[in-house]
Design a binder for this molecule. Structure first.
Ligand SMILES: Cc1cc2nc3c(=O)[nH]c(=O)nc-3n(C[C@H](O)[C@H](O)[C@H](O)COP(=O)(O)O)c2cc1C
Length: 226
C-alpha cells in the first residue's frame, strides 16, 4: 500500500534541463518534497521519443496524485512537445479510466513582459484537465521568463522573491487539496524587473545574438513586403 502522496513534474521546454520551466517546476517539486510528497521529474523531450520511455511516462502519470506541467509559451500556445505528450496521456486515460482523484497544475512562462500572454495556454491546459478527468488545480503565468533563465530560484532569491512566494503558496494549496489562491497567481504574474529594463536588456541580447550570426544588418529586413 502507498503511504506517501506522489507528485510528478513534466518539463516541457525544448531548452531541456537549462530552462526557466525547469527552474520553476523544480522549485515547486522540492517544496512538495518538504510537505512529504514522493516526487519525480521527467523531461518531455526524453519521454516521448521511444515506446519504452512513453510507457514509463504513462506509468508515472497514472501513479501521481499531482501532475505539474511546466513549459514555455510558443506562438501563444503550447510547444509541440507538450501537445504531443498531452495527446499521449489523453489516449491512455480513455483506455484506462483513472480510479483515484488526480490534480493537474500548469506553470507557463513567456518571453514578452506581460504574463497575460499565457492566458490561452492556461485555458488549453484547463480544457485538457476537464476532458481527461483531472481535477484542475490551476495555472500560474510568468511574463518575462528570461529574467529567470536557467538559474535555480534559490540562487536568485531577491530577484525571484515573488515567484518563490507564489510557488510556496502553490505547494501549500496542492498539499491541502484546496484551489490555488489568487495570491499565488498574482505574485507569479508580477514583473521580475521593470518592463523598460527588461526590454532594454532583451534588445541588447537580441542584437548581440544577431551579431554572432552575422545577421545584425538584416534585423529590419521585410522580405515578404511586395
Ligand atoms: C519558437 C518560439 C516561439 C515563442 N513564442 C512566444 C510567444 O508567442 N509569446 C511570448 O511571449 N514568448 C514566446 N517565446 C519566448 C519563450 O516563451 C521564452 O523565451 C521562455 O522564457 C522560454 O522558456 P524556457 O526557458 O522554459 O524554455 C517563443 C520562443 C520560441 C523559441
Amino acid at each position: 500500500m502507498r503511504t506517501k502522496k506522489q507528485a510528478l513534474l513534466l518539463v516541457g521546454s525544448p531548452g531541456k534541463e537549462n530552462s526557466t520551466s525547469a527552474s520553476l517546476g523544480t522549485f515547486l517539486i522540492e517544496k512538495l518534497q518538504d510537505h512529504g510528497f514522493k516526487t519525480d521529474v521527467l523531461f518531455i523531450y526524453k519521454s516521448i521519443r521511444q515506446d519504452d520511455s512513453k510507457r514509463a511516462l504513462l506509468g508515472k502519470v497514472r501513479q501521481a496524485d499531482v501532475v505539474v506541467i511546466a513549459f514555455p509559451l510558443y506562438v501563444d500556445s503550447l510547444p509541440y512537445l507538450v501537445v504531443k505528450s498531452l495527446e499521449i496521456i489523453a489516449k491512455d486515460r480513455k483506455e484506462k479510466i483513472p480510479k483515484t482523484e488526480q490534480s493537474l497544475l500548469c506553470i507557463v512562462n513567456n518571453g514578452f513582459p506581460e504574463a497575460s500572454q499565457n492566458d490561452t495556454a492556461i485555458a488549453i491546459c484547463h480544457r485538457f484537465a476537464a476532458e481527461t478527468g483531472f481535477k484542475w488545480a490551476g495555472g500560474l503565468a510568468l511574463g518575462g521568463g528570461g529574467a529567470i533563465g536557467d538559474k535555480p530560484l534559490s540562487g536568485i532569491k531577491s530577484r525571484a522573491r515573488n515567484v518563490i512566494k507564489s510557488l510556496e503558496i502553490t505547494a501549500n494549496s496542492l498539499n491541502s487539496r484546496v484551489p490555488l489562491p489568487q495570491e499565488a497567481i498574482t505574485l507569479m504574474a508580477r514583473p521580475i524587473v521593470p518592463k523598460w529594463l527588461y526590454l532594454l536588456i532583451a534588445t541588447i541580447g537580441w542584437k548581440k545574438t544577431a551579431k554572432k550570426f552575422n545577421t545584425h544588418k538584416n534585423l529590419y529586413d521585410r522580405p515578404f513586403l511586395s
